[in-house]
Ligand binder design. Structure first.
Ligand code: NAP
Length: 308
């Protein structure tokens, strides 16, 4: 298999999805609707600011309106709830995204539960989670939804295949497992108390790594020919670590020299790639899909709520 077909490019699939969303936004415009996404950013976490910036740029590119509401890190529960209530009531707002993490004084679950489920473009509201579990998806969490699009568009068969998801978060692991199950994969979910991770993951024909642990998945975790999807995002700022992770990879070292860091995933890419049948890179894999699906969810939310 050539390098190009082996690498599952999330960036290419994301570009396809964005083009489809842009066409959808144009159709909505002919009905007098311009979807609007509002992102609520609390505090000044630099990583969150970067993510929020990319979401705003992506919205503009597909022809949607976006707004970011910035609140101080010491915002009270009441003030944040009042913001959510105002956005819920605003007929021009189609999508509401509460950027996580929220500061410790905030009851995050109470805030997420308060978002109008029809504007819940992250798909975190219990009613959207319930619908997903019942196989009646409405608004689905962006990262697993993007991975499903990648697998579908890349022609990866799921029916009857053994899929293993490493991680059981509400944001990635659990909805990922539900989506794979609905496509008739036989699904195993692993987590930090899994007794023998490698013996579970080695049975996977499709392996999704979403543990938030750098290079957790090595060749000993992967069956020959498996499809490997790497959800992890980690910044490596130590040159020796970059050299250890990517031996002889001049391009990565050059990136490190330029930026002082490289982004890596939960999969030890250099050692797993030769064994994998297909594999997502980091960066350029799952990350771009997440934002593309946020755009897709916002257009969908506009259509659902405005009944266009
Ligand atoms: P999370 O909430 O921290 O959940 C991590 C999960 O992995 C937990 O269920 C945990 O188990 C499990 N885990 C941790 N260490 C493990 C180990 N050694 N073996 C097996 N399982 C282990 O993280 P998340 O929000 O799901 O995110 C996971 C990763 O994806 C992070 O690196 C995050 O930055 C990245 N991410 C990327 C995108 C994207 O767009 N590419 C989007 C979202 C997240 P327990 O439940 O037992 O603690």
């Amino acid at each position: 298999m050539s390098q190009n077909t082996k690498i599952l490019s999330g960036a290419d699939t994301a570009a396809e999805i964005r083009a489809e969303v842009a066409a959808d936004v144009e159709r909505l415009a002919s009905h007098g609707v311009t979807p609007k996404l509002v992102v609520v950013l609390v505090g000044d976490d630099p990583a969150s600011k970067v993510y929020v910036g990319s979401k705003a740029r992506a919205s503009a590119k597909v022809g949607m309106v976006s707004e970011t509401i910035e609140l101080a890190a010491d915002v009270t529960q009441e003030a944040l709830e009042a913001t959510v209530d105002r956005l819920n009531a605003d007929p021009e707002v189609d999508g509401i995204l509460i950027q996580l993490p929220l500061p410790l004084q905030i009851d995050a679950a109470a805030i997420l539960d308060r978002v109008d489920p029809l504007k819940d473009v992250d798909g975190f509201h219990p009613s959207n989670v319930g619908l997903l579990l019942q196989g009646r998806p409405r608004l689905v969490p962006c990262t697993p939804a993007g991975i499903m699009e990648l697998l579908r568009r890349s022609g990866v068969p799921l029916e009857g295949r053994r899929a293993v998801v490493v991680g059981r978060s509400d944001i990635v692991g659990k909805p990922m497992a539900a989506l794979l199950l609905h496509q008739h994969a036989t699904v195993t979910i692993c987590h930090s108390r899994t007794a023998d991770l490698a013996s579970e993951t080695r049975r996977a024909e499709i392996l999704v790594a979403a543990a938030g642990r750098r290079a957790l998945i090595g060749p000993e975790h992967v069956a020959e020919g498996a499809v490997v999807v790497d959800v992890g995002i980690h910044r490596v700022t130590d040159r020796a670590e970059v050299e250890q992770l990517y031996p002889g990879d001049e391009k990565r070292i050059a990136t490190f020299e330029r930026r002082g860091a490289v982004i890596t995933g939960d999969v030890d890419f250099a050692r797993v790639e030769p064994k994998a049948g297909r594999i997502t890179p980091v960066p350029g894999g799952v990350g771009p899909l997440t934002i593309a699906m946020l755009m897709s969810n916002t257009a969908r939310a506009a259509r659902l709520r405005r009944e266009v």
